[in-house]
Design a protein. Structure first.
Lengths: 95, 487
């Protein structure tokens, strides 16, 4: 597997990260280095081996259905650039 | 079976429909946080720092939401997956602070099942369920508060949803509406989703395509976020006509997402960015695989209530009700329980009639729900009992019912107080008939000369004279002998 400059530009756009045009080729080269290193794992025979999700042997811990949080509008809105009447206010996003 | 084919200008078309229903899980708290999942709070009141996606916050799953998904899966006769996995579905939108929705992609909690739909003509058929998975709901955006700003409320962010995906097994908008109605009914019986479409607890995305009968599937469009049965039908009907027109004009259908305009009943292309569907799913590193035990699934299965299909089969099988009446009565659990209680000691079919016609009619007219209704099941049964044993006629019973609906009174008492008992005494009825014959000698002559239709006139006159209380069967019988017998 390898990526080219176009793929880098696309992933950057999807992730909303600004990557200037002149950096894209360099990043593609770096990513390809990482990918080929990871590709070495493909040499290991994994026939009949179940995927390993975690090494702890734990499964997902669960909590009971009680309301234990909320009612903290000041905390929730603490970092917003703009709010009104308890709402977040953002540039219009409707189509 | 009636044909579902749609006739176009150049021949018949078959409609193919699949639905994705988003059902809000009934729970106190959200799927991964301890904030309340209740509808109707002040903006951003039911938001925890997990829901607001503050850095470092970790999701912890709500056990009850898992159990609700399993119950729903069992109600859909579906495979329950003891191990399932949560994935991140990545996209950016103002009402999704995490930048991704936690969902289940490759390994959902519930696999294949089936749902039996009841059609208006009384027939039933099975629709395949492909899967059911758990995921987070998004927040709510309001675009009409300010000319250049959107207002965001995260109360709904992180509330548990079940996405239920059907097979493309439906062939008409009526079948699609029947499917959603039945799904809603089952979840309400189970108590896993309140099914309130106006509040957005239940919303559907419809996938529609058309093809020539017997040919491969056509290209489909997806119309998003329909929140009423009527809108679902309208959106499908519009899409079918639109697609057939394009195809018959040698055009091609674009595979795309469309929006439904509730004011015009039409759909339009959603202008969207080319990357809108590139969600880059991957397993959420914050969440281990969800493991449930077969013991817990068995325990939930054993505690399931009787579901509408089972009750309906008993109503049509043991009680002899029509498939239509049985479907109407079993759609809501409250109605089914009311019916069982009302009909327990009385004529099952007659009680069904009185419920679906008179009681539902009166409820509709007054805008009341069954829970608000003053007529108890026992008293409706009592009224039907009076009809069955001949104490009152069906016609008088309607007047008695009107009083019961107002006051909640007992039928026997009302009949007693108002003196409405049916007159079955043949002597009294003969006297009435004598009077009517004497007063209408001209009509008697006409009748005997062959104007048969006048028989109804005589019955009407006698009933009127009796104040509606004469037993119509006996009136008919005596009139017949008197008029035809020459006496």
């Amino acid at each position: 597997m390898s990526v080219d400059k176009t793929t880098v530009a696309k992933i950057a756009r999807l992730a909303r990260i600004h990557v200037p045009d002149e950096r894209q080729q360099a990043i593609a080269t770096e990513l390809n280095g990482i990918l080929s290193w990871v590709d070495e794992l493909n040499e290991v025979n994994t026939d009949n081996v179940e995927p390993l999700a975690n090494v702890t042997g734990h499964s997902l811990p669960m909590r009971d259905d009680f309301v234990t949080d909320g009612d903290r509008i000041d905390d929730v809105l603490a970092n917003v650039p703009e709010s009104a009447g308890g709402f977040f206010v953002v540039p219009k996003v409707v189509e | 079976m009636t044909s579902n084919l749609v006739r176009g200008a150049t021949g018949d078309w078959e409609v193919v429909i699949g639905l994705e229903v988003h059902a809000q899980v009934s729970s106190n708290a959200k799927l991964f946080s301890g904030a309340s999942a209740t509808f109707g709070a002040d903006p951003n009141q039911n938001v925890s720092l997990v829901d607001a996606a503050m850095p470092g916050m970790l999701p912890v799953i709500n056990h009850e939401c898992v159990r609700q998904a399993v119950r729903t899966g069992l109600g859909l006769r579906a495979d329950i997956n003891l191990v399932s996995v949560f994935d991140r579905k990545n996209y950016f939108y103002a009402d999704l602070p995490q930048g991704y929705q936690i969902s289940q992609f490759k390994q959902p909690i519930v696999g294949e099942g089936k749902l039996r739909i009841d059609l208006p003509d009384g027939s039933s058929r099975n629709i395949g369920i492909e899967r059911l998975h758990l995921e987070q709901d998004a927040g709510k955006s309001m675009h009409d508060q300010h000319p250049s700003k959107s207002y965001i409320d995260l109360n709904r962010t992180g509330v548990a949803l079940m996405e239920i995906v059907s097979r493309p097994d439906m062939r008409s908008s009526i079948e699609a509406a029947s499917y959603v109605r039945k799904l809603r009914s089952i979840m309400r019986y189970l108590g896993t989703c309140d099914g309130n479409m106006e509040e957005g607890s239940l919303r559907a995305d419809v996938n529609v395509s058309v093809r020539r009968p017997g040919e491969a599937l056509g290209t489909r469009t997806e119309t998003k976020n329909l929140n009423s049965l009527r809108f679902i039908q309208q959106a499908i009907d519009f899409e079918v006509v639109r697609q057939i027109e394009i195809l018959e004009d040698s055009g091609e259908i674009d595979q795309e997402t469309r929006l439904f305009d509730t004011t015009t009943g039409t759909t339009r292309t959603m202008r969207s960015k080319e990357d809108a569907h590139d969600y880059r799913y991957f397993p959420d590193p914050d969440l281990l695989p969800l493991v449930i035990s077969q013991d817990e699934v068995d325990e939930l299965a054993a505690a399931l209530p009787e579901l509408p299909d089972q009750i309906k089969d008993r109503l049509t099988g043991d009680y002899g009700l029509s498939a239509y009446d049985a479907a109407v009565i079993t759609e809501e659990r409250e109605t089914a329980l009311f019916y069982e209680a009302a009909s327990q000691q009385h004529d099952r079919k007659l009680v069904a009639n009185w419920m679906t016609v008179e009681l539902f009619g009166a409820l509709n007219k007054s805008g009341q729900t069954l829970a608000e209704c003053k007529v108890t099941p026992k008293r409706l049964g009592g009224l039907v009992g009076l009809i069955s044993d001949g104490t009152i006629s069906g016609k008088i019973a309607k007047d008695v019912f009107a009083v019961m609906f107002e006051t909640g009174g007992d039928a026997a008492n009302i009949v007693e107080e108002k003196g409405l008992k049916q007159v079955s005494d043949s002597g009294a009825i003969e006297a009435l008939i004598d009077a009517v014959i004497a007063a209408n000698e001209d009509k008697v002559a006409e009748y005997r000369a062959g104007k048969d239709k006048l028989f109804g006139f005589f019955v009407g006159q006698v009933m009127k004279k009796s104040g509606g209380q004469a037993n119509p069967g006996i009136v008919n019988q005596i009139l017949r002998t008197r008029l035809d017998g020459g006496g």
